[in-house]
Write a protein that binds this ligand. Structure first.
Ligand SMILES: C[S@@+](CC[C@H](N)C(=O)[O-])C[C@H]1O[C@@H](n2cnc3c(N)ncnc32)[C@H](O)[C@@H]1O
Length: 325
């Protein structure tokens, strides 16, 4: 998609009630190669941007199975895709349950799978979802609001050392211990209930010289979101298992938005390609090296300058893809 076409998409999205601009659309379609009559899976439908483009290409006779953990997003996507209703099957579930979903639908194998992880701009900006340190929403961060544990529960109930580990491991935040200590001090006075309250405490304890270009609460908020939604748990298993659901020459395309997620995708794809993942000298390597797919992206693809000029939120996207052999 050229810059002008992309600008048109963004103008369209901005006129809508809830904007989210799908990232790396050309790269997704180029790698997924949706064909008329094929069966595809969008594991992260969101507001249906990628799904709509896939639907256009799989007519006539195609089927798109679209999963999202967020019922509200899925409802919006269903509305957007209603002209394809017969060939779009929405499923409110975690994409990690894809094998079960396909089994229930009596679908044995598929022609391609896309996952575009993380949260959509709509979720991030929705005043009642609590994902953003820039809002004063209730501290929630659940993608699936039928789940009970929220970010406030983690912040108010997790022991200090465990909280510091979460912030360090999932946020790669070097001031994690200091932040966890400040949270524990503060919650003894009053429990955390709102995003702004937490962002304020973090801003107070991160030294000005330790601040990078990003907001001081960015890494802690990322860590809490990953913890609340257990985003990394079972991701590698999902990718390995999904390869077994692909038809020959079908493709699995994954877009990650932070390095932890991208590392898992890279690792899983190397395993599928039968490459070493242990970093040991060749004579000591005991990796299984069974080849079931070929890597199509030797390095992750990133959004081009044209896309970033019109959609700066795409800047952390990293896309990798494999083809079943
Ligand atoms: C970046 S958005 C996807 C946007 C979408 N591609 C579009 O064009 O509108 C990520 C979406 O994936 C959902 N999501 C994230 N992790 C998920 C998971 N493990 N299972 C199902 N949905 C997930 C989120 O709720 C969110 O709606």
């Amino acid at each position: 998609m050229g810059a002008t076409a992309l600008k048109d998409v963004i103008n369209y999205m901005e006129q809508q009630e809830n904007p989210h601009v799908p990232v790396m659309m050309d790269e997704v379609l180029g790698l997924l190669q949706p064909e008329p009559g094929g069966i595809y899976v969008d594991g992260t439908v969101g507001l249906g941007g990628h799904s709509a483009a896939i639907m256009e290409r799989i007519q006539p006779g195609g089927l798109l199975i679209g999963l999202d953990r967020d019922k509200d997003s899925l409802a919006k996507a269903v509305q957007r895709l209603k002209r394809f209703s017969g060939s779009f099957r929405p499923v409110h579930d975690n994409f990690k349950n894809l094998p079960l979903t396909l089994k229930r639908m009596a679908v044995g194998s598929v022609d391609g799978v896309l996952i575009d992880m993380g949260v959509s701009s709509w979720q991030l900006l929705s005043p009642d979802r609590g994902f953003s340190f820039q809002s004063d929403a209730v501290l929630d961060m659940r993608m699936d609001r039928t789940q009970s544990r929220t970010a406030a529960d983690i912040v108010n109930e997790t022991p200090e050392s465990e909280l510091a580990d979460i912030i360090y491991q999932y946020g790669e935040e070097r001031f994690s211990r200091r932040i966890a200590a400040a949270i524990v001090n503060e919650r003894e006075i009053a429990p955390f209930t709102r995003c702004a309250q937490l962002a304020g405490i973090i801003s107070r304890v991160i030294p000005v010289r330790g601040r990078r270009i990003i907001h001081p609460a960015t890494r802690t908020f990322q860590a809490l979101r990953i913890a609340v939604n257990e985003e990394l748990d079972g991701l590698e298993e999902f990718l390995l298992e999904t390869a077994g659901l692909l038809k020959q020459r079908a493709r699995l395309v994954a877009i990650a938005f932070h390095s932890l997620e991208d590392r898992i995708v890279k690792h899983a794809f190397r395993k599928l390609a039968g490459q070493c993942v242990c970093d040991m000298p060749p004579e000591l390597c005991r990796c299984e090296k069974r080849v079931s797919a070929k890597i199509l992206t030797s390095r992750p693809l990133m959004p081009g300058v044209e896309e970033l000029a019109v959609n700066p939120r795409a800047r952390s996207a990293r896309l990798r893809a494999v083809e079943k052999i």
